[in-house]
Every structure is written in structure tokens, then in C-alpha cells.
Write a protein that binds this ligand. Structure first.
Ligand code: DC
Length: 223
């Protein structure tokens, strides 16, 4: 029997989204990248000039601003559409200022409570591949299959660099590596729902595997 819910956690740029969307497509499941919700809250707070250290004000955004994550409406490399109050912010929420601030927002307990609740409701419907940092540990601890996809900071920085160059934008590898390490540190040392594998997660190290091999390994685990 195929697992009803697949939790796919791991650090930034470990390849979760790429492989998660392929697994979802192969199984006919919904692909749900929970990181975009933290990005949407961050983008909204920055747009509104809200001080990110004002925890209550940022949590209010997570509680009150409608965020939608929908199947992709355009074939421009996006895995899903991200809407805030019906405005398409799919690419805005990938901007460097969001990258630089999203870990702070994700460490806000009020934000996590509001977003985890919405994520859990969607995850419990089943037939979903959920990608994040705390899906197997906090959001859906009862998920039938939990995977923790890991890779070294250097390999992940290289992938981010390649993605940016492929979009014909300018990138600096050393700067990206420093940011990946900084975000890892914030994500794994925060008080609420720190990044870590669930005790019963299958750990896959993708340093020496290409995206196809990771995909095959996960599909084998689904059988
Ligand atoms: O996967 P990503 O880079 O889009 O995630 C953005 C941020 O959100 C990152 O700092 C980790 C955080 N995040 C989280 O804390 N919990 C999740 N379930 C998903 C993402």
C-alpha cells in the first residue's frame, strides 16, 4: 500500500522541492512546499514595513492574511503558485531580501502555530507530498513515510548558484555558501520546531546522488 502522506524534510536547497514534485506527480498526489508559506509571510511583512522583531505584528500577518498555494498556472519553472490576497508573488518570495529574513520569521512561535495548523489540515487529507523542515516531527508526525533529505552546505550552495545562473541572474558562490550556513544555523538552533530528522525518518544523503537516484530511492520506499 502506498503511504497516504509523505513527509519530506531537510535543510535549504537539499533538493526537496525538485524531487518532491516529481514523486507527487508520479503518485498522482498533491505537492505542497510549506516553505513558501513562511516566504509569503516574510514578503508581506517586508512590503508593509513591519519590523520583523515585532513578533506579535508578524504573527498577526500569518493569522490574518490569506495565503494560497495552488498548482502551477504558468510553465516558467515554478512548482506551485503562491498567492497573497490573490496577488501572485511566486517569484517575489524568492527574492534575496526574503531569503535573508525568512529564517527570522520561521523562528517566530506565533507564525509557526498559525501556519502549522493550516499545513496539518491540508496534510491530513492525504495523497500529499509535504516538503518542509518539521513535517515529520511536528506538522504530521503520523505520516506513513518520512524522509530526511540531506546534503553538504557546499553542494547545496552550488545548486542554488546554478539555479540563479540558469535564470541569467548574477550570483556569488561564496556569498551563497555563507547564507546557506547561516540559515542552517538559525533553522536548526531555534527553540520552536528546530530542523532535525524525525526518529523514524529514512535519511537520504544526496551529495553523491543525482536527482534521478533520489527520486528512485523514494519511489522504492513507497512500494
Ligand atoms: O525551503 P525554503 O528555503 O523555501 O524555506 C524557507 C524558510 O522557511 C527556511 O528558513 C526554513 C523555514 N521553514 C520552516 O521552518 N518550516 C517548514 N515546514 C518549511 C520552511
Amino acid at each position: 500500500m502506498k503511504p497516504k502522506t509523505i513527509a519530506l524534510d531537510g535543510p535549504a536547497a537539499s533538493g526537496k522541492s525538485t524531487v518532491g514534485s516529481r514523486v507527487a506527480e508520479a503518485l498522482g498526489y498533491l505537492f505542497f512546499d510549506t516553505g513558501v508559506m513562511y516566504r509569503a509571510v516574510t514578503w508581506t511583512a517586508l512590503q508593509r514595513g513591519v519590523d520583523l522583531s515585532d513578533k506579535d505584528a508578524v504573527a498577526q500577518i500569518a493569522q490574518n492574511v490569506p495565503i494560497d498555494v495552488l498548482p502551477p498556472s504558468k510553465n516558467d519553472g515554478r512548482a506551485c503558485d503562491v498567492l497573497v490576497e490573490k496577488e501572485d508573488i511566486t517569484w517575489q518570495c524568492r527574492r534575496p531580501e526574503v531569503d535573508a529574513n525568512v529564517s527570522t520569521v520561521a523562528a517566530n512561535a506565533g507564525v509557526r502555530a498559525a501556519l502549522s495548523k493550516q499545513q496539518r489540515r491540508i496534510g491530513l487529507r492525504g495523497k500529499v507530498v509535504m516538503v518542509g523542515r518539521d513535517i515529520g516531527t511536528v506538522v504530521i508526525p503520523e505520516a506513513e513515510l518520512k524522509i530526511y533529505l540531506d546534503a553538504s552546505a557546499e553542494e547545496r550552495a552550488q545548486r542554488r548558484y546554478d539555479e540563479i545562473i540558469a535564470r541569467k541572474e548574477i550570483a556569488d558562490y561564496a556569498e551563497i555558501l555563507a547564507k546557506v550556513k547561516e540559515r542552517d544555523h538559525i533553522d536548526s538552533t531555534r527553540d520552536v520546531a528546530p530542523l532535525r530528522p524525525a526518529d523514524d525518518a529514512v535519511i537520504i544523503d544526496s551529495d553523491k546522488l543525482d536527482a534521478n537516484q533520489v527520486f528512485e530511492e523514494i519511489m522504492a520506499l513507497c512500494k
